[in-house]
Write a protein that binds this ligand. Sequence first.
Ligand code: 5GP
Length: 211
Amino acid sequence: MPDQTPPVIPGPRDLTLRPEHAGKRPSVTVLAGPTAVGKGTVSQYIRQHYPQVCLSVSATTRSPRPDEINGVHYWFVSDEEFNELIAEGKMLEWAEVHGMNKYGTRRDTVERAIAKGRHVLLEIDLQGARQVRQSMPEALFVFLAPPSWEELVRRLVGRGTESEAEQQRRLETAKLELAAEPEFDAVIVNDTVGQAAARLVDIMQLPAQQR
Ligand code: 5GP
């Protein structure tokens, strides 16, 4: 059995806040990064090991995978329902990811959590992160990076969920996505999932009662 105890990383780490943070601890953290870097795995780990983190549940038009639960991993909605949410201005951000399905974050659920004093984590793609940067510049933007390009290729090919043509397409996208790293406030290298998650929670600097 692998060790299930989250590693302890000394913290809180130094983080240079931007003027938009106005010297305050941000209440929204955005985790983005290139395709196949393991954002989903890190957020899954956080869901299991750090219940004090309020992980935003996105809406998506893609079908649930066998182990996914509606309302826990995603809100699975139809294309019509998703378009309605957009038309009604209910999305804080949304994007069509890999030209296939739509994914988005509802503004009201994030705002309700903030009002309750929670620190919300959004695990979203780069297009979504850029939209949040526009509408919520005071959020904290964290880039999840692969240990190396070779490792990113290995992870994408190794998971075997995409055809070869699709893998090539995603690797081209990943190159563009990697170039976005300087737009972020902090970079976490996803070497092992437990360490990456611990670093992220450390960077979020949760209020003492939520640690
Ligand atoms: P998956 O289908 O593997 O769960 O997720 C595919 C991609 O969609 C991942 O890159 C993930 O970060 C992104 N994603 C998940 N939820 C959202 C969301 O609410 N907004 C945006 N923009 N991207 C999302």
